[in-house]
Design a binder for this molecule. Structure first.
Ligand code: ACO
Length: 375
């Protein structure tokens, strides 16, 4: 390991390389997922994302991330919400953003748990199981309805939809949401995962790490795109209007939501997997047909405008029709993404703790030189 604590030039300036946003900087090691942006490939512990979506379940994928073992029969149901958390959720304004409610619920839940160091797969499982129940409870409370108790016979996504709507979902709907949870489960050193690892590196607990990660994911540059995809599709209305609308948006310097990615220069493999799932849904989301046709036009226009910069479809573009298709309101999309990412965040917490070193980088000082206080 190389450590460099100072590299001052004779003039005193820090000459060490600096990359804004840490872009291109290796900031850790992981065996959990490999994001190959150039070739549009994503694997979790070596297994291709397309295969995991086709043949796995979220429970099996979460278990794979936590333990390294592939057990297709793994089970994971939603967990109970302690009274103190329900009281906390009831105390929130009904206008609170679901991400704020989820972050608050996770934090309140943490205060009810004994969370010894090092974090364990059991802690990861309990937190991942609790979170969908908490979000569903908040969604009902804000509508003046009572929360619904978890049904341990249901899978995590079935339980989430049941506790949200009061009806058990049909198999195709549950399958579609499960696929979304699988593709959302893990994605390298994205900002929220990095946050979780920084928090863990101080030997803080798994709940603090996930609460911090939720706060990071709340930012529109990270977790906010799918609802904006829905907004844009709604503004286009029909495929006949799509080209005119898309050209106008690009002329105004706006970004087309669901396109482009910091890492992927090829088609996002998660978008491909989700599109397949959406196409297979029994009650095809009405947005899907529009999305498929708009995608072709958008890709053509983006290639015209940015011939040197490959801008392809990202996961959020097809997350939008899937989430609409399973009947979630767009304001729940970012928090639902967080529920899916619980598996990855908590797996990173375990991985960080297993070979922990406090994450504490240096910063380049660009302020005043040492000087005397004014008299
Ligand atoms: N629509 C139109 N133009 C775009 C888009 C887009 N979606 N994405 C990038 N560009 C253009 C930029 O305007 C820029 O053009 P310029 O060089 O003429 O100024 C060029 O492509 C490079 O853009 P950057 O911001 O440097 O690209 P970066 O890789 O940092 O951005 C990002 C990635 C933030 C995802 C961007 O593509 C974007 O804003 N996309 C739309 C929002 C979105 O879909 N977010 C979800 C991402 S997936 C996820 O977070 C899970």
């Amino acid at each position: 390991m190389t450590t460099s604590t100072s590299a001052a030039s004779p003039s005193g300036a820090d000459e060490r390389p600096y990359s804004p946003g840490l872009e291109g900087v290796l900031a850790g090691e992981t065996a959990l997922s490999k994001v190959d942006g150039a070739n549009g490939r994503l694997v979790y512990r070596g297994y291709r994302i397309g295969d995991l979506v086709e043949r796995g379940t979220y429970a099996a994928v979460a278990n794979l991330l936590w333990t390294g073992d592939w057990d297709p029969a793994a089970r994971l149901a939603t967990g109970p919400v302690p009274d103190v958390v329900l009281t906390t959720l009831r105390a929130l304004p009904t206008t609170a953003k679901p991400m704020d409610a989820l972050r608050t619920a996770v934090s309140a839940w943490g205060a009810t748990q004994t969370l010894d160091w090092p974090p364990t797969a059991e802690q990861a499982r309990a937190l991942t199981a609790f979170s969908p129940s908490a979000l569903a409870a908040f969604a009902r409370i804000r509508e003046g309805k009572d929360p619904i108790e978890p049904d341990p016979s249901l899978s995590l996504v079935e339980g989430f939809l049941y506790q949200l709507k009061g009806e058990k979902p049909d198999a195709a709907t549950a399958r579609a949401l499960d696929a979304y949870f699988i593709v959302g489960a893990e994605h390298g050193f994205n900002a929220s995962t990095f946050t979780a690892r920084v928090i863990t590196s101080t030997k803080s607990d798994i709940v603090s790490a996930v609460a911090g990660a939720i706060g990071t994911m709340k930012g529109p540059l990270h977790g906010g795109a799918p609802s904006e995809v829905v907004d844009q599709l709604a503004k286009m209305g029909t495929v006949e209007h799509a080209e005119e609308w898309l050209r106008g948006a690009l002329d105004r310097g706006e970004r087309l939501m669901g396109f482009g990615h910091r890492v992927y220069r090829a088609y996002d493999p998660r978008a491909a997997a989700l599109r397949k799932v959406a196409e297979g849904m029994e009650h095809k989301p009405e947005w899907l047909e529009l999305a498929i046709q708009v995608e072709d036009v958008a890709l053509r226009l983006l290639a015209e405008r940015h011939p040197d910069r490959p801008l392809k479809t990202n996961v959020e573009f097809y997350a939008a029709p899937v989430l609409m298709g399973v009947g979630l309101s767009p304001d729940l999309f970012p928090a639902t993404f967080s529920l899916a990412r619980d598996a990855g965040w908590t797996a990173h917490v375990l991985e960080q703790a297993a070979s922990n070193r406090l994450i504490r980088p240096d910063v380049k000082y660009v302020g005043e030189e040492e000087r005397d206080l004014p008299a």
